[in-house]
Design a protein around this ligand. Structure first.
Ligand code: NI
Length: 239
């Protein structure tokens, strides 16, 4: 299940975040330092150093936006959110010599992530990318999420300030940036409901109940179905 979070960031947050990410004193490091053994061979990008005041401000900005978003709560049922990280893909490559541009080839994210900032372990049930560059500012740089065998891959390139939630279990990649610069935040969410199928059912029911109430107002049946939703969540959730 892919969930498009439209305008996750307010225009003010986006402007502030973009200014911090493009400031001359922002400290960018080679992204390969944080890749696992499978991913290191296919990764070419840069990551913002985590130990700066800039990074702390940016983390708080993205976390705040995720925590207030009703769609995130309903679709992800978050138990823990990994501290948001930030990456940069340039069109001319990290060393200004590669004609192919920064990219991150097909890989799977580690199942369990350790956050140096919080000391927490987070299981990566869901992955999230928050876009800080507008699509017209760069060519390429699509997030491609591969589905089950036989399913078409999804190609994602969203307006700045929007975000995508996608399964942490997926094979995915970022295609080479051939013009401009792509700035984004990425993070993982551990859900109270471990099973993606159970999460999908709960999300569908929650959205249908919302639409029912908008169309018909409150009713005894809507109340009963809300009870069913919560009783399912009670069975499936680990807090
Ligand atoms: Ni990844």
């Amino acid at each position: 299940m892919l969930i498009h979070l439209k305008q996750l960031l307010t225009p003010d947050e986006l402007a502030q975040g973009h200014a911090l990410l493009t400031a001359p004193d922002a400290s960018w490091r080679d992204g390969r330092h944080s890749a696992g053994t499978q991913a290191v061979g296919v990764k070419q990008n840069q990551q913002l150093a985590q130990d700066s005041a800039t990074a702390a401000t940016l983390r708080a900005l993205v976390l705040g936006a995720l925590q207030r978003d009703a769609l995130v709560l309903s679709a992800a049922l978050p138990r823990k959110i990994f501290n948001p990280l930030f990456n940069r893909y340039n069109s001319h490559g990290a060393d200004h010599a590669d004609p192919h541009g920064d990219h991150y080839g097909a890989h799977v994210d580690g199942a369990v992530m350790h956050s140096a900032a919080s000391g927490q372990w987070v299981r990566s049930d869901l992955s999230c990318t928050v876009f800080f560059s507008d699509p017209q500012d760069y060519d390429g740089g699509e997030l491609v999420v591969h589905g089950a065998p036989g399913d078409a891959a999804q190609r994602i390139k969203l307006p700045a300030g929007d975000a995508i939630l996608y399964p942490g279990t997926s094979v995915h990649e970022v295609t080479p940036v051939t013009r401009g610069t792509r700035l984004a935040s990425f993070l993982w969410i551990e859900s109270m409901v471990r099973s993606g199928e159970q999460r999908r059912l709960l999300f569908e029911m929650d959205m249908a109940l919302l639409a029912l109430r908008q169309r018909h107002g409150e009713s005894a049946e809507a109340t009963r179905l809300t009870g069913v939703y919560h009783n399912l969540l009670r069975q499936w959730a680990n807090t």
